[in-house]
Write a protein that binds this ligand. Structure first.
Ligand code: HEM
Length: 214
C-alpha cells in the first residue's frame, strides 16, 4: 500500500475533501472519552483528548491501539513528516516504547528533545494487540510549528511499519521507512466532545480504575 494511500489522502486534503472523520468514543479499559478514528485497513485506532484552543495548555492525552502485526506506529502532529513533531511507538515485552522524533528530510527522523511523555495505566501488550495510553506534555508546539487547536483544518498524519525497529529496547533505535501511512483531517475540533482544560483531563484520568494522579 505504501504511500499511494498517503499521497491520495494528501491530495484529498488539499481539495478539502476527506472521507475519514473522527468520532467520540470511550475506551472501556480506562474510562477516557477520546476523539479519534480507526483506520479500517490497518485496524489502528488513534485517540486524543486535547485542551481547548482558548487556553494555554501545551499537552494532551492520547492512545494508539494497534494489532501486533504493526511493529511500529507513528503520528505526525503537524500533519506531515517534515519539520513536525512525530511520536513513534512500538511494543517491547509487556510495555510500549515511545520515541519523539523530528525529520528535516525524508530519512530516519532523529530523537527530539522537548516533549515529556508518560505512559498511563491501561497501556498493555498482549498476543493480538498493543495499546499505548499516554500523556504528552510540551507537545502542542515544536521547532517551526504547532497544532492549531482553533483551526477546523488541522491535520494529523500517521505512518506505520510491519517491520520491527532495529533495537526495540532503545527509544533512539533506527528503523526502516514505513510500509503504510495516511492522513486524517482535523481529529481535534470536529467533534462534539472537547476537553476544555487541565481539570477536564484530570477528571478523565481520575475515572481510570488505577486512579492516576498527575
Ligand atoms: C527511516 C524512517 C523514514 C523514512 C526513510 C521515511 C521516508 C519517507 C519518504 C521517502 C517519503 C515520501 C513519500 C514516499 O516516497 O513514500 C515519506 C513520506 C511521509 N512520511 Fe516518512 N519516512 C520515515 C519515517 C517516518 C515516520 C516515523 C513518520 C511518522 C511518524 C513518517 C511519516 C510520513 C508521512 C506522513 C509522509 C507523507 C508525506 C509528507 O508528510 O511529507 N515517516 N517518508
Amino acid at each position: 500500500m505504501g504511500f499511494t494511500r498517503l499521497l491520495t489522502s494528501l491530495l484529498a486534503i488539499s481539495g478539502s475533501v476527506l472521507a475519514q472523520s473522527s468520532t467520540s468514543y470511550t475506551d472501556p479499559d480506562n474510562g477516557i472519552t477520546f476523539q479519534g478514528y480507526t483506520d479500517t485497513t490497518t485496524n489502528v485506532t488513534y485517540g486524543f483528548v486535547f485542551p481547548s484552543g482558548s487556553d494555554s495548555d501545551d499537552e494532551f492525552i492520547g492512545e494508539i491501539i494497534s494489532p501486533v502485526a504493526n511493529q511500529w506506529v507513528g503520528i505526525c502532529l503537524g500533519g506531515t513528516m517534515l519539520d513536525n513533531l512525530l511520536l513513534v511507538t512500538w511494543p517491547y515485552g509487556d510495555s510500549v516504547v515511545y520515541s519523539p522524533r523530528y525529520a528535516t528530510s525524508y530519512s530516519l527522523p532523529a530523537l527530539y528533545a522537548g516533549p515529556t511523555i508518560t505512559a498511563l495505566p491501561s497501556t498493555t501488550v498482549n498476543d493480538t494487540y498493543w495499546k499505548f495510553v499516554y500523556r504528552c506534555q510540551n507537545c502542542t508546539t515544536w521547532t517551526g510549528g504547532s497544532i492549531d487547536l482553533t483551526s477546523t483544518n488541522s491535520t494529523l498524519a500517521w505512518a506505520l511499519s510491519t517491520v520491527a525497529v532495529d533495537d526495540p529496547s532503545d527509544p533512539d533505535s533506527a528503523f526502516a521507512k514505513h510500509t503504510d501511512g495516511s492522513c486524517h483531517c482535523n481529529p481535534f475540533r470536529s467533534s462534539a466532545y472537547q476537553c476544555s482544560h487541565r481539570w477536564c483531563i484530570l477528571r478523565e484520568l481520575l475515572r481510570c480504575p488505577e486512579r492516576v494522579l498527575l
